[in-house]
Design a protein around this ligand. Structure first.
Ligand SMILES: [Zn+2]
Length: 366
């Protein structure tokens, strides 16, 4: 909990989007093809729930599931042949069928963080910069990121300058994206009380509709908040709400000629959660992160919370190949930045030749 408040406290009122250059609604597509990107992260969301649906042991445990909610959760999301699809219908439907949904260990799919911390700032840094940085990113403190994100790099390029928008439910996002240096207006919600993703979602819809950014990053946070307080039924409800939000964002994009047919959607998470059973699912972090800040954990454990390095990813759009087996190879979070740049028709090596290579689901010849 204390970790939660420190780590993830992100509670709040959305601020109006400011300082983002507006592009004309029917602007001529830039010469690079005018590809666009929508990146959505769901903080600390487990692959277990995404692929298996509600966990029977956590539903039966009164510490984590309100007995009055148990039947409702089971009737809604633990029914039919595919419980994961019942809980997250858009990710398992449109995204999995026309794109890719990856990270199901039950099907032998491995995707994990490369950083050694297994909590939020290191995860978002890795997603957005294409590199783990265990030397500098060792806390969730509000420290301006010394590393350059692909958002910042794009915001300095012709065709993208002023057309990169970021909205998040966590007030550390302005530091991660380094709004001061990058010039990207980061609309981060803060203050107030959670759940607050509804405010972030509203701001995202407004931004898509009015600003029409070429790159829109939306960082959702309720899942992690609710998991930290051990509220499993509400954590599942937040997942389901996120799925609905992502579906609506995609529907809006496909209804807009500026976005239709040229937009790639990527959905992922910054870290997983402990898999040791009992209350371990409420926590996340490596042995090293527990060592750095033992007081930050409700259940301090020298071994950390194994399993919280495990993540997943969904992608959809013109640059995404149909899902295909990649063998037993383990993929990493540091490959997401290059994947995003490939989807935008950009040379990811010009951003950072040392970043993780694009994920195999993304066309390389763009
Ligand atoms: Zn957390």
């Amino acid at each position: 909990m204390r970790l939660l408040l420190k780590v993830c406290a992100a509670l709040a009122l959305a601020l109006p989007v400011v300082g983002i250059a507006r592009s004309a609604p029917h602007a001529v597509a830039p010469a690079d093809g005018g590809q666009r990107l929508i990146l959505v992260t769901m903080d600390g969301t487990r692959w277990h729930d995404l692929f298996r649906g509600p966990d029977a042991a956590l539903l039966a445990d009164k510490r984590f599931t309100d007995p009055d909610m148990k039947d409702a959760v089971e009737n809604a999301w633990a029914t039919g042949p595919d419980h994961g699809a019942a809980l997250m219908p858009f990710l398992h439907g449109t995204m999995a069928h026309r794109g890719v949904l990856y990270g199901n260990r039950d099907a032998g799919q491995c995707l994990q963080v490369a950083n050694g911390m297994w909590f939020s700032y290191p995860g978002y840094n890795e997603i957005l910069t294409g590199r783990a940085d265990d030397a500098h990113i060792t806390s969730n403190d509000k420290i301006y990121n010394p590393n350059v994100t692909f958002l910042e790099w794009l915001n300095r390029r012709p065709g993208f300058a002023g057309k990169v928008a970021a909205i998040g439910t966590w007030d550390v996002f302005p530091y991660i994206i380094n709004d001061k240096r990058s010039g990207i207006a980061v609309n981060a919600a803060f203050g107030g009380r959670f759940p607050t993703d509804t405010l972030t979602m509203r701001a995202a819809f407004d931004t898509l509709r009015t600003v029409k950014p070429r790159v829109l990053y939306v960082g959702l946070g309720d899942t992690d908040e609710l998991a930290h307080i051990g509220d499993y039924d509400q954590y599942l409800t937040a997942m389901n709400r996120d799925d609905d939000f992502i579906a609506e964002l995609w529907r809006m994009a496909q209804a807009d000629p500026a976005f239709r047919g040229r937009t790639t959607l990527i959905v992922t998470t910054d870290h997983g959660r402990g898999t040791a059973g009992g209350a371990a699912w409420t926590e996340h972090g490596s042995a090293r992160s527990v060592e750095i800040d033992p007081a930050g954990f409700t259940i301090p454990d020298k071994a950390g919370f194994p399993g919280s390095e495990q993540i997943w990813l969904a992608a959809l759009g013109p640059a995404v190949r149909a899902a295909q087996p990649v063998g037993s190879q383990c993929l990493h979070q540091n490959q997401i930045a290059a994947s995003a740049l490939v989807a935008l028709g950009q040379d990811w090596r010009a951003f950072d030749a040392g970043a993780g290579a694009p994920l195999p689901f993304f066309a390389k010849d763009r």
